[in-house]
Design a binder for this molecule. Structure first.
Ligand code: ADP
Length: 701
């Protein structure tokens, strides 16, 4: 695949180069066609290529073909697009640099700066220092060319700092060379010399670029000339010659086949001639001139002119002014066009004319020279003034900026101070609050502890009060118990004593009266007996001395027994009804005690039901797991305010009610012992329903 592409590439170039060669007659058209055809061929190849190094090299070839043509921009943009697409940022960087150089060549300074500014950060980020420093150097040269020497120095300084920051030796060399050039332009020769010497040392140390090395020597030679340091100038020229000759594999100038090097060699020899003359060694100078003269037909026209100028200098030196003048005339018209050489040449010619007797001509040239010098000085002054103004403006702007910055800093400081003071106040306030809160918390804790202690004391006091109340109640109950007891004993006892006395003392009593009295005495005896039994029962139960014997019983059977026992005792006017569920259930109870409760309910019902019915039975509440055994009557009923109290000892709704008033309190104890409770539902005039509720045990069914 790769081979295929290389072949395509070669074919493209070949077609582009060879095919147009057929049209040799129309040279301009042929050149144009050839370039276009190479371009077309390369474009075809380009489309088929992968976006790799080879692709970008091909693009570079196309760019080189159109260095001064807008097509250069087209290929540069293509390079940028493709590089961006394939994330090849080094080529993006190159595309920026290419455009900067393109615009530099076009003298479009704004566009040059636009692309340079775009490239600079990217080049540093990618560490593509070559691009960075090359454009930096270009900028310095540009500034010098525009007469902005001070700016050129600043730019060179920036380059130097960047090179130091990135520790880039090539960058350091480039920055030193830039600085040297800028210093030379500012006529600060010593500083220029130091910069170039540093650059030279770096180049020699790092075996740096040949072109840079030659450039360094050229500048050093020029500086030596400007400062009158001819011996050192000669030394540098010798070194430069050595370098050039080394480039020719150390085999001397004959091997110089590179056009550029060839001219460089001649140039350095002519420089040596110049220094040798300055060092007053015309013989050596002549030898050197001879060396160049031998090569005259092969060297460039410019170099030939330099040779003649050097010869003019030589003849001038040895006093052969006529020859010197004729040699100078060979180059005068050409060199006079260059502003940098103009003054020197005019001076030389005027001098030589004077030496050869052509005074009028010499005076004319001197006049021109003075006028030119004046205007040049003015121009120079103006340019320096304008630069100074620019620098002043920049400095002024900087000053204003720094003043603003200072003000800004001042207000920032003020702000910081205010914030600091507020923070300190806030801190003090928070600390104060904290201390306060801490104190309050401590107090709260203390008062909480106090509260707890108080609560405890209160609880103890309450317990003591309850205990005291219990004791008082007990004492009260005891008292009322004895009062009740004496009342309950005295009533039947009085009746027994009274009627017995009557029976004994009153002889006139009829038999019927006697029988009634005896019956009354018996009834009161029974009542006394019941009272004694009830009191004994209650006391045994409460002290836990009464034993309960629990067993499983069929509840229907128990209810049947209760019913049949009471059936005969029920007054005739009352109906005695039994309501039992279809399915019997088993209960775990003390049968005798359970019957005792039911008997008590039935006896009360008989006592307080003049007519209607008495109904007994039981129900199962599965949800609550309870069995309700009830005795319902249609008697006088019990008012609401009495309903709770009738379960208390000796309580009777009406004092004259028959009985001790202990029955229901005994029943309450029995129910509790069996895990149950008593309930009452009653309405005055309609009747009452007493129930004993027992727990239902599913496991024994
Ligand atoms: P006793 O042992 O004297 O029968 P109880 O404690 O059984 O006493 O009954 C207390 C009082 O409750 C009775 O004197 C009566 O006033 C009232 N009493 C109990 N059962 C009924 C009822 N079925 N109808 C109306 N009052 C009743």
């Amino acid at each position: 695949m790769n081979n295929c592409k290389v072949t395509l590439y070669v074919i493209a170039i070949s077609v582009g180069v060879l095919f147009p060669a057929i049209y040799t007659n129309a040279e301009q058209i042929t050149t144009k066609s050839r370039t276009d055809m190479i371009e077309d061929s390369l474009n075809i190849v380009l489309d088929t290529m992968q976006r790799n190094e080879e692709y970008f090299q091909t693009l570079a070839t196309l760019q080189l073909m159109f260095m001064y043509d807008p097509r250069f921009l087209h290929y540069t943009e293509l390079k940028e697009r493709e590089a961006l697409k394939h994330n090849q940022m080094q080529h993006v960087c190159a595309s920026y640099s290419d455009r900067a150089i393109y615009y530099r060549n076009k003298e479009d300074i704004d566009s040059f700066y636009y692309w340079k500014k775009k490239m600079d950060p990217l080049a540093l980020e990618l560490k593509e220092f070559n691009y960075y420093f090359y454009l930096g150097n270009t900028e310095v040269s540009l500034l010098i060319r525009k007469g902005k020497v001070e700016q050129a120095i600043q730019t060179a300084k920036k380059l130097y700092e960047t090179a130091k920051e990135y520790e880039n030796e090539d960058g350091l060399t480039a920055a030193n060379m830039s600085m040297g050039t800028a210093m030379m332009a500012a006529d600060r020769h010593d500083e220029a010399k130091t910069s170039f010497e540093t650059a030279l040392a770096l180049l020699l140390k790092n075996n740096g670029r040949q072109s840079w090395l030659l450039n360094c020597y050229s500048h050093l030679i020029l500086i030596c000339d400007n400062t009158g340091n001819y011996a050192q100038g000669l030394e540098y020229a010798n070194q430069k010659q050595q370098i050039i000759e080394n480039y020719q594999n150390g085999e001397g100038r004959k091997k110089v086949n590179d056009g550029y090097m060839y001219n460089e060699w001649c140039d350095v020899i002519l420089k040596k001639t110049y220094f040798t003359l300055k060092l007053k060694n015309p013989e050596k100078a002549w030898q050197l001139l001879e060396k160049v003269r031998l090569l005259l037909p092969t060297i460039s026209e410019d170099m030939q002119k330099q040779y003649h100028h050097a010869c003019s200098n030589y003849y001038n030196h040895i006093g052969n002014y006529q020859k010197a003048l004729s040699e100078l005339n060979l180059v005068y018209d050409f060199y006079i066009q260059s502003p940098s050489n103009k003054l020197i040449l005019m001076k030389e010619k005027a001098n030589l004319l004077a030496q050869t007797g052509s005074f009028q001509e010499s005076i004319n040239i001197y006049k021109d020279l003075i006028a030119l010098q004046d205007s040049t000085n003015k121009e120079w002054q103006n340019s320096q003034l304008s630069e100074l103004r620019t620098i002043y403006d920049t400095d002024h702007l900087k000053l204003v900026n720094s003043e603003l910055e200072l003000k800004n800093k001042h207000s920032q400081m003020q702000m910081i101070l205010i914030i600091l003071v507020i923070s300190i106040i806030a801190l003090i306030f928070i600390s104060f609050l904290y201390v306060r809160i801490f104190g309050i918390k401590k107090k709260l804790e203390l008062s909480e502890a106090q509260l707890l202690r108080d609560k405890e004391a209160l609880k103890i006091a309450k317990e003591k009060a309850e205990e005291a109340r219990d004791l008082a109640q007990k004492a009260e109950r005891k008292e009322s118990f004895f009062a009740n007891m004496s009342h309950e004993i005295r009533t039947p006892l009085n009746a027994i004593v009274g009627f017995s006395n009557l029976l004994v003392s009153d002889e006139e009593l009829s038999d019927e009266e006697r029988i009634l009295f005896i019956k009354t005495i018996n009834q009161n005896c029974d009542q006394l007996l019941k009272l004694v039994n009830d009191v004994l029962d209650l006391s045994r139960m409460e002290s836990g001395k009464m034993s309960f014997s629990f067993s499983n019983y069929d509840l229907t059977e128990i209810m049947e027994e209760v019913y049949s026992t009471h059936k005969m005792m029920i007054p005739k006017q009352l109906q005695f009804i039994e309501s039992l569920p279809a399915q019997s259930i088993t209960v775990h109870v003390d049968k005798m005690r359970l019957k005792q409760v039911l008997f008590n309910f039935i006896n009360n019902a008989i006592k307080f039901t003049p007519e209607g019915h008495i109904r007994i039975g039981y129900e199962l509440n599965r949800e609550e797991k309870e069995i309700t055994l009830f005795v319902e009557d249609t008697g006088r009923g019990i008012p609401e305010e009495h309903q709770k109290k009738i379960f208390e000892r000796f309580y009777k709704q009406v004092d004259t009610d028959q009985g001790t008033g202990l029955g229901l309190s005994i029943c309450t104890v029995i129910a509790e012992k069996q895990g149950g409770r008593l309930t009452l539902v009653s309405e005055v005039g309609k009747g009452s329903c007493f129930s004993i509720i027992l727990p239902f045990d599913e496991t024994i069914q």
